[in-house]
Design a protein around this ligand. Structure first.
Ligand code: ATP
Length: 129
């Protein structure tokens, strides 16, 4: 069976190149599974879990981004990404506490704090999944 060539990029550069039998992501419209030979598509990724069937099923925390698929090649551009096994739980818990402190302070940038809280809670929930 065909595989999807996957390239994952962050602002830091190339995060990973891999091959996938299926990619499961969460978009603004809900969950999507992308199989080989899927039609060309652009998907906006929320702060969410992403699963890629590689040599084994890998689970990632994605801090929002974009997925582009065409001709069995998939490029994922994201603000930050961690494999579940690389998530630093105590760092995420500290980030959550910081975000909550900001959310309780009217002088803070509340939108920014809300998004930081989502990133932290996404990492914590994926760590425990
Ligand atoms: P923090 O305040 O702890 O930096 P953040 O949500 O602001 O959290 P990001 O800007 O999303 O962090 O990510 C910055 C870099 O740090 C990225 O490379 C990201 O993969 C990494 N990173 C952030 N939090 C964690 C974590 N809990 N475990 C592992 N890597 C993390």
């Amino acid at each position: 069976m065909n595989k999807i060539k996957v390239k994952i990029l962050t602002p830091l550069g190339l995060y990973k190149e891999t091959e996938a039998a299926i990619i499961n992501v969460v978009s603004e419209d809900g969950e999507r599974g992308i199989l080989p030979n899927h039609m060309p598509i652009v998907v906006i990724l929320t702060i969410s879990k992403m699963e890629i069937e590689e040599e084994k099923r890998e689970i990632y925390a994605v801090a929002g981004g974009m997925l582009y698929f065409k001709d069995n090649e998939c490029t994922i551009l994201c603000n930050a990404i961690e494999n579940k096994t690389d998530i630093d739980l105590s760092r995420a818990q500290r980030a959550k506490e910081r975000a909550e402190t900001h959310l309780n302070d009217p002088a803070s940038d509340l939108k920014r704090a809300e998004i930081a809280l989502k990133r932290a809670m996404n990492r914590i929930s994926i760590y425990h999944s």
